[in-house]
Design a protein around this ligand. Structure first.
Ligand SMILES: [Zn+2]
Length: 133
């Protein structure tokens, strides 16, 4: 009953669900911009909404305002390649993210930035289960 109530509440309050979803996106990267590693202050659509990009986890990455604003309506991978802070490991992470493989994306981001801290407890839990199997 309790679970059914919670689902009902989320359906009733799409804004609440949206806020939770945004938070979870930032948590995946420890609140750092997927492009440059600075603190993420926004959610960027990899394929811009103007080109039919959806607001799904696979198409939405944490980004700082600078990257998000500079990239604007461009395709993220083409834009990223031209940046001074371009890092092939991050480019691979973005590709993995787009394919829905967040585990691989996070690993690549960790490789690109050894100081990277995982803030997502669920991810850590998944990882230990994976190792045990
Ligand atoms: Zn950035």
């Amino acid at each position: 009953m309790h679970i059914n109530d919670a689902v009902f509440l989320e359906d009733l309050c799409p804004k609440f669900r949206f806020r939770q979803w945004r938070k979870s996106i930032h948590r995946f990267t420890g609140k750092s911009c997927i492009y440059c590693g600075k603190p993420s202050e926004s959610i960027d659509h990899v394929l811009p909404r103007s080109q039919g990009g959806l607001s799904t986890t696979e198409n939405c990455v944490p980004a700082c305002l600078s990257c998000n604003g500079d990239k604007s309506d461009e395709n993220a991978l083409y834009w990223y390649r031209r940046q001074k802070f371009y890092d092939p490991r991050r480019a691979m992470a973005i590709r993995a993210w787009l394919e829905g493989d967040l585990r691989l994306a996070i690993r690549l981001l960790q490789w690109a930035n050894p100081d990277f801290k995982i803030a997502n407890k669920n991810y850590e839990k998944d990882e230990s289960e994976y190792n045990a199997a």
